[in-house]
Design a protein around this ligand. Structure first.
Ligand code: SF4
Ligand code: SF4
Length: 355
């Protein structure tokens, strides 16, 4: 039976505790990719990205075990890996360590055949997946406006180049279908290469995550070999239990079998995303695209600086500039909430309309 390993931890102890957990990956003398969550260029206190102490603990452990360590991700927006690593303070944490950085947006891609529910779909993802012997994923515990939760299952989406992510958001408009694609992606990567997960649940994010929500102290590290089980355990801590697309789909596919929990368990209260509640309701209708105009409206507020980052990242070109500010065309908008994630000043908020 698979094991979920948990440790109560603060960030002061996270480096030491991450090492204890990652021992269970069994990786040594191999080429290993470390995949943190580097969604956006924000400091660790913003809790949107994996904390540097966890990345450092895992990388140090792997180097001690004779591994060649690679680290890669791509942001939700336009930021280079270097900017992400600097702002998240991971670069500084790793400065004395021998790590090869992989810029997903510039690295060659391979066509990965998705396995699971979706048939006949390939997805370009970084070729580094083909070149390593294992992946250690370091997801972050955050509520997500589109999929409900961004944990271990969704963390692999960062291995797709930015333009591919944009294309897949536009292709899988219904959030339930988008989440199915996310589950299939994680499953396909797991079938290709051994994986291990250490989730940063010391400070998580509730409300309008994955970037603009509020901090939630959980004080835990959660680890395991199966991303669906890691997420299932993490979601199960929430009381009352909340429903998450990726978790439900993984259950339907039989990907969450019984697991044993070694370490402390806890119950937490978590504020759900208003956007997600609305999106979830609308997603039961086959024509989500039309109904989406009635739910969770992203709205640009007065903080907008006119930087146009949202315009560059909107998958359906639903944003334009008017008098130096971004304006969203509600009819075109598919409610993917990418603009909310990428806005550097959190100027876009989701307004609840139908729940
Ligand atoms: S809404 Fe945000 S991302 Fe869009 S132009 Fe304004 S500041 Fe930039
Ligand atoms: S306006 Fe925002 S939420 Fe709407 S489609 Fe564009 S990026 Fe997605």
């Amino acid at each position: 039976m698979n094991k979920i390993l948990t440790i109560e931890s603060s960030y002061e102890e996270a480096e030491k505790n991450s090492k204890k957990l990652v021992k269970n990956s069994g990786f040594k003398n191999q080429k290993i990719l470390v995949k943190p969550n580097l969604l956006c260029p924000t400091p660790p206190e913003a809790v949107a990205t994996t904390h540097p102490s966890i990345v450092k603990g895992v990388v140090e452990y792997l180097i001690d075990k004779g591994c060649d360590v690679y680290l890669g991700d791509s942001s939700a927006g336009q930021d280079s890996l270097n900017v992400l690593l600097k702002k998240t303070k991971i670069k500084n944490a790793l400065k004395k360590l021998d790590v090869t950085f992989v810029e997903v947006d510039k690295y060659p891609a391979i066509e990965l055949q998705l396995q699971g529910f979706i048939k006949d779909q390939t997805m370009p993802i970084s070729k580094i997946v083909n070149e390593v012997d294992g992946i250690i994923s370091l997801p972050k515990y955050k509520v997500h406006m589109l999929t409900g939760f961004t944990g271990a299952t969704k963390n692999f989406y960062g291995l797709a180049p930015r333009l591919v992510k944009k294309e897949f958001h536009a292709k899988y408009i219904n959030p339930a279908k988008f989440s199915t694609m996310i589950v299939d992606l994680a499953l396909s990567i797991m079938k290709k290469v051994p994986t291990f997960y250490v989730m940063d649940s010391i400070w998580g994010m509730e409300g309008e995550g994955p970037k603009g929500g509020t901090k939630k102290e959980i004080n835990m590290l959660i680890a395991g070999k199966n991303p669906f089980q890691v997420d299932n355990f993490a979601i199960g801590m929430v009381n009352p239990k909340f429903k998450v697309f990726t978790n439900e789909i993984a259950q339907k596919l039989g990907l969450i079998q019984k697991y044993e929990v070694i370490g402390p368990k806890k119950k937490i209260k978590l504020k759900m995303s208003k956007g997600y509640k609305a999106v979830r309701l609308a997603s039961i209708f086959p024509n989500f695209g039309i109904l989406a105009s009635l739910v969770g409206i992203p709205k640009v507020g007065s903080l907008c600086t006119g930087c146009q980052t949202c315009i560059k990242n909107c998958p359906v070109n639903a944003i334009h500039m008017e008098n130096g500010k971004a304006v969203i065309d509600r009819k075109k908008c598919i409610k993917c909430f990418t603009c909310v994630e990428v806005c550097p000043v959190n100027a876009i908020k989701v307004r609840k309309r139908l729940i």
